[in-house]
Design a binder for this molecule. Sequence first.
Ligand code: FMN
Length: 409
Amino acid sequence: MNDNMQLFEPIKIGNVNLENRIVRSATFEGMCDQQGFPTEKYFNLYRDLSKNNIGAIITGFAYISSCGRAMHPGQAGIDEDAKISYYKRVCHKVHENGSKIFMQIAHSGRQTMPQAVGGVVKGVSQKKSPYFQSAPTQMSADEVKILIGRFAEAAKRCQESGFDGVQLHAAHGYLIHQFLLPSINDRKDEFGIDRQSRIGTLFLKLIIREIRAKCGQDFPILIKISASDDYATTFTQNHFVQLVRFLDEMRVDAIEISYGTMDCALNIFRGESVPLDTILELNPRYRTRNIFRRFLTKRIIYPVAKHRFKKFTPAYNLHWAQMAKRFTKIPIVCVGGFRKMEDMTAAIENQNTDIVSICRPFICEPDLIHKIKMNESYQAKCLNCNMCAVMCDSGRSTRCYFGHYKLGE
Ligand SMILES: Cc1cc2nc3c(=O)[nH]c(=O)nc-3n(C[C@H](O)[C@H](O)[C@H](O)COP(=O)(O)O)c2cc1C
C-alpha cells in the first residue's frame, strides 16, 4: 500500500476535504432523458464511482439553460427547480459512500446545432465554429446578462441538491471560453476583449460574482480552462498567464487545466487511433452513407486534418499546469493522459500540479485507484481509442467499447 505518498494525502478545495489528490474529470454521461432529467443509469453511475475512493467526482457538463444544450443526446440539465430532487438523491448516495461531487455547469454557445437548442444558435459573436458550422447569432448585452443570472441560478440548484460545489466549464470552446478567446470574441460592447489582459473576462467575472451572491462565499467554485485554443497566434502563452492571474484575483477554489476546443476535439482527448468509420456512421456533422463522400473524407479530408492532431503523451497538459502554478496559490488540477501511478506521483511530488484529474480510464475502470494502490506499476487499461468520445454523439450512454466495464448498469 502507498498510503503515505503525497498522492494519497488529503487536500482541500475551498472548504471541501478530498481524501486524496485524484479526481474524476467531467465526463459526459448520456444518461438523462430528453428534458435533461437524470435517469436511473445516471444515479447508478455516481453510486458506483463513489464507492471507489476517488478524491472527488466532477459530473459531465450540465446545461444551465435549454438554449445552451449541446448536440449530444442525453445531456444533463440543471436549468429548472424540478430537477433538484433527482440530483439530491444522487448527491445523498455519493456522500453516503464517503465521496465528494461537483457539478460541471455549462452553456454551449456556438458549439451546438439548431435542433439541439430548438431554433437559433447563439454565441458571443457571429463567427462560426469550423466544426459545428451553425451560423450563430450574436447575443445582445441584455441576453448575456440574462445568462449570467442563469449560471447563478443553476449553481444555486446545485447547492440545494447537495453538490459540494460547481465547476464552471470555461474550456473546450464552450460559451465562457468563447468570451475569453480573442479569435472568437469580436464584441465592441463591455463583454468584448479587455484592453489590458487581451482576453474577454467580464462575462466570467460577473458569473463568479453572481454565484457568490446567490450561494455564499463558501460554496466552492472550480473552473476548467484550456491552455490553448490550438491557434498559437491568437491565444498565446501570455494570454494563458493573464487568464490564470485573473482567476487568482477572483479567488476561485480550484483551476483545472485542459487543452483546446471542440474544433479539434482530438487535441482535448488525444489518442493514436481515430475511429473514422464510427464517425462517418454516427457523427451529426459528418455522418454519410454516400460512398463518394466517405471515400473523400477517408482519403483526402482526414489525411490533411490529421496533421493538426497532437500526439498522446503521458500527462500531456502537465507543463501548462506547472506554468499556472507559478502565478497562483489556488489548487491546480491537471487533466490529460494520466495512466500510471508513477506519472501521477511525480506530478504531485515535483509540485507540477496539486491534483491529477482522470477521465477515460475511469470509464473502463472505476476501481482504478484500488488497483494502483495495490500495485505501483499498474497501467490503466484505457487504450485512448476514443470510441467513448465519438459515441457521445450516438444517443447511447457513455461506456468503454472494449468491454471492460459498463457504467451505470
Ligand atoms: C467520453 C468523454 C466525455 C467527456 N465529457 C466532458 C465533459 O462533459 N466536460 C468536460 O469538461 N470534459 C469532458 N471530457 C474531457 C475530459 O474531461 C478530459 O479533459 C479529457 O478526456 C482528457 O483526460 P483523459 O486523458 O484522462 O481522458 C470528456 C472526454 C471524454 C472521452
